[in-house]
Design a protein around this ligand. Structure first.
Ligand code: NAD
Ligand code: IPM
Ligand code: MN
Length: 356
């Protein structure tokens, strides 16, 4: 089983190292790691955020464990050289159109959510975010308006087939969960969303047992803090999914807790090929200080074990160890505690050793 490890920038290497310690503690036979440079680090070393050899390492692996990319130092580079192009390029080149971002309340964390404890406790949702289309991948650029003013522009679009395939992913997820799906769009304003809604409604007809509703994104953002327990599967496009998933993470307690899986159509010998990463970024404000919460990365590893390596039992062991660590009061600064990255990883490794 080949895992490509792409730590990236900022806290990326810190949280990825923690996840690798957990992988090591599982002592799985036959796992080989291949490390590659991505993001600002890759730009420094190779002149590009996603060097061809890194893409090749990812392509030939069974799964990719990704940290984070991004650094203020590179924010004014031309677009193609900016670190964020690495993750966008991987998603596009590897055909990873389905991004799963689960958010559920953890016992013991209710009081740390900015929401009232009874609301935080009731959260158990999955954001299914389309990941290779939308305004992210449309034509874009800068032009001069008739009045001579500079104008930035980005084209938003979705094709029927793109909407259909992500809708199927989300409906299948809803079938295996509580059978509820909320499709989030802005169909009252955007043509892109109008088509989205039409196609999702068609696909819904193939899943009569799933209760489907459509919600405008502004209302969804409001409902997510007002009564997050109403959501099971949230199906949405690339841009809205980016925003709503960060919001969902804060409802649970911290962005340092939310993992993700990005999947496409390719299967490997062991499961689905996928890329796994925390939903957070490189957190330059805390990078290099050992303060990052590694649980999102560790939970991303659990998703990797489940979806790409067919290691459901090991995934469950990791998730239960994380739950026990959180319940025991070991918490990072993001959750008002004083445990650093290494101490949290130590606690997870120790819990893995306990029988559950
Ligand atoms: P961010 O997610 O990096 O950080 C937002 C806030 O959350 C910061 O205050 C940060 O300290 C905190 N935070 C994030 N992860 C944490 C963790 N594990 N433990 C504790 N606190 C944590 O978002 P940002 O500040 O808007 O972006 C920083 C850089 O990361 C930018 O360059 C951005 O483009 C990039 N980014 C990359 C990815 C990715 O690689 N997939 C995702 C998001 C942002
Ligand atoms: C994420 C990030 C990325 C996105 C950026 C870094 C391109 O915010 O993975 O959520 O917007 O998809
Ligand atoms: Mn994001």
């Amino acid at each position: 089983m080949k895992i490509a490890v792409l730590p990236g920038d900022g806290i990326g290497p810190e949280v990825t190292a923690a996840a690798l310690r957990v992988l090591d503690a599982l002592a799985l036979p036959g796992v080989t790691l291949f490390e590659g440079d991505v993001g600002g680090v890759a730009y420094e070393r190779h002149g590009l955020p996603l060097p061809a050899e890194t893409l090749e390492i990812a392509r030939t692996a069974d799964a990719v464990l990704f940290g984070a990319v991004g650094d203020r130092r590179y924010d004014s580079l031309p677009r193609d050289l900016r670190p964020e192009q690495a993750i966008l390029g991987l998603r596009r080149e590897l055909g990873l159109f389905a991004n799963l971002r689960p958010a559920a309340g953890w016992p013991g964390l209710e009081d740390l959510s900015p929401l009232r404890p009874e609301l935080a406790r009731g959260i158990d949702l999955l954001v299914v975010r389309e990941l290779t289309g939308d305004v992210y991948f449309g034509a874009k650029g800068e032009r001069t308006s008739d009045s001579g003013e500079r104008q930035g522009w980005d084209e938003m679009s979705y094709g029927e087939a793109e909407v259909r395939r992500i809708a199927h992913t989300a409906f299948r997820a809803a079938q295996s969960r509580r059978g509820r799906l909320t499709s989030v769009d802005k169909a009252n304003v955007l043509e892109t969303s109008r088509l989205w809604r039409e196609v999702v409604s068609q696909v819904a007809g193939e899943y009569p047992e799933v209760r489907t509703e459509h919600m405008y994104v502004d209302n969804a953002a409001m409902q997510l803090v007002r009564s997050p327990g109403q959501f099971d599967v949230i199906l949405t496009g690339n841009l809205f999914g980016d925003i709503l998933s960060d919001q969902a993470s804060a409802c649970v307690g911290s962005i340092g807790l939310l993992p993700s899986a990005s999947l496409g159509e390719r299967r490997t010998e062991y499961g689905a090929f996928g890329l796994y990463e925390p939903i957070h970024g490189s957190a330059p404000d805390i990078a290099g200080r050992g303060l990052a919460n590694p649980l999102a990365a560790i939970l991303s590893l659990a998703m990797l074990l489940r979806h790409s390596l067919g290691r459901d039992t090991d995934a469950g062991r990791v998730e239960r160890a994380v739950a026990r660590v959180l319940a025991s009061g070991v918490r990072g600064a993001d959750l008002g505690g004083d445990a650093g990255t290494d101490a949290i990883a130590d606690a997870v490794v120790q819990e893995l050793g306990e029988t559950d």
